[in-house]
Design a protein around this ligand. Structure first.
Ligand SMILES: Nc1ncnc2c1ncn2[C@@H]1O[C@H](COP(=O)(O)OP(=O)(O)OP(=O)(O)O)[C@@H](O)[C@H]1O
Length: 246
């Protein structure tokens, strides 16, 4: 089976710090991959290279059968890799519904703004996406007025409106209370399943990883130190010592 995403010898250093050390990696369709690692382990650097925000010093990235190495972030988004961030990137002065329309404009031709925007996405798809993320009751509220959990949901809704094949989420539960975290992840994972979107998510909460990931990669010093089913990786002594810190 051809991998949805793969990297071959992906490398990047910052001075003496090897942030991404010749990474060979692949992700199959349908996987929910959690990524864990101490601060500075290289998780973000790897994901920034995959999504075009950083250029590797060596190596290549393939997605959905094509070489996407060196493409700009917008081109990679249009090919089907969506991204949501630890601090949601919202249009806070706009309503929740308008945020989805603005996100959809990433698909519209570069020239023009509001008129092509309205044609770029149909109202039904916007409403279905809002419903999927349980945001329909907030559709006409300002994005900036949402509590953190709903900001995270809106950030993902804005990624899903572009119909990605893969969504990369950076700490989807950070800033959300412990009580709300599992509920939030259930809504997110159900939405991704409904749209048949594979995902990679960086997560520090091990309970969330156990409950919601099908696979886990543990990063240590620019390398994937352990990779496999979450229960297996979390029992690996190297991971226990260097990542979980017990
Ligand atoms: N733009 C940069 N310039 C210099 N050093 C950088 C830069 N970006 C990352 N680094 C360094 O590369 C290493 C990997 O950082 P990275 O942010 O990828 O780790 P991380 O695992 O995502 O950590 P965190 O969980 O804190 O986000 C760290 O030592 C970091 O200080």
């Amino acid at each position: 089976m051809t991998a949805l995403l793969s990297t071959q010898g992906l490398s990047l250093s910052f001075g003496a710090v090897v942030a991404c050390d010749a990474i060979d990696f692949s992700l199959q369709r349908g996987e929910r991959l959690a990524v864990v690692g101490q601060n500075g382990a290289g998780k973000t650097t790897f994901l920034n290279i995959v999504t075009g925000y950083l250029k590797p010093s060596a190596g290549s990235v393939h997605f959905d059968g094509a070489d996407i190495s060196g493409l700009a972030p917008r081109a990679i988004t249009l090919r089907g890799i969506g991204r949501s961030f630890q601090l949601p990137q919202l249009f806070t002065e706009h309503t929740v519904r308008e945020c989805l329309l603005l996100a959809a404009s990433a698909r519209a031709p570069r020239r023009g703004w509001w008129p092509p925007l309205a044609q770029a996405v149909d109202a039904e798809r916007v409403d279905a996406t809002l419903a999927l993320l349980q945001l329909a009751p907030r559709a006409h509220d300002l994005a900036g007025a949402l509590p953190e959990g709903q900001r995270k949901l809106l950030d993902v809704a804005m990624a899903l409106i572009l119909e990605p094949k893969l969504l990369i989420m950076d700490e989807p539960t950070s800033g959300v209370s412990t009580d709300e975290k599992h509920g939030l992840m259930q809504v997110l994972m159900r939405a991704l399943d409904a749209r048949q979107v594979s995902c990679i998510f960086v997560e520090h909460d091990i309970d969330i990883v156990r409950a919601h990931a099908t696979r886990l990669c543990a990063w240590i010093a620019g390398r994937i130190a352990a990779d496999g089913p979450p229960a297996q990786v979390l029992a690996d002594p190297i991971v226990v010592k260097n990542v979980i810190g017990e």
